[in-house]
Design a protein around this ligand. Structure first.
Ligand SMILES: [Zn+2]
Length: 185
């Protein structure tokens, strides 16, 4: 950090900057706390067997804060998750924590989307799962070609969300209809 501060043209020993390298390290510990956590264990320990509920579950607008692996600047957005349980469900907070485990790593949005969907599929073994992420990348909005207001949308559909048009429609409609978040307009 001292080298980068010097390289940017400032003096790492001046009062305002002297504690900065240590603060950055502490910030990185928070930004990248997801490496210490096991996403599979998170869901494995907490799912409940239930034969009763067999409709789609959709969780919308989970706050996403991640960092792009190319520039280590923020990716900010929202995650929407839907799944069609086959006997196993988890609490809402666990899905939000699952997002956080993967988000608090160096990421690209496509990988993040797949990791969330694949983990749910592997552990809960639902009939299907869908994950949609819409996010703004500060490496696009504040540097380079500078395109403020642009967001990127990625999705991964597995099982019935991929194969069954009706299920896919129901999920997309649930994500779009309920609020301002998903439509991007
Ligand atoms: Zn980037």
């Amino acid at each position: 950090m001292r080298t980068l501060i010097k390289w940017a043209g400032d003096n790492p020993d001046r009062e305002g900057l002297v504690g900065t390298p240590e603060r950055v390290v502490r910030a990185y510990k928070e930004f990248f706390a997801g490496y210490d956590k096991d996403p599979v264990a998170l869901l494995t320990k907490t799912f409940e067997e239930t034969a009763v509920y067999d409709e789609m579950i959709v969780l919308r607008d989970i706050r996403l804060e991640s960092h792009c692996e190319h520039h280590i600047v923020p990716i900010l957005g929202k995650v929407h998750i839907g799944y069609f349980p086959a006997g196993r469900v988890v609490g809402i907070s666990k899905l939000a924590r699952l997002v956080e485990v993967f988000a608090k790593r160096m990421q690209i949005q496509e990988t993040l989307t797949s990791q969330i969907a694949d983990t749910i599929q592997d552990v809960l073994k639902p009939h299907g799962v869908g994950v949609v992420i819409e996010a703004a990348h500060q490496c696009m909005t504040t540097r380079g070609i500078r395109t403020p207001g642009v967001s990127m949308v990625t999705s991964r559909m597995l099982g019935s969300f991929r194969d069954d048009l009706e299920t896919r429609r129901e999920f997309v409609a649930a994500v779009r209809s309920l609020g301002s978040g998903a439509s991007g307009c």
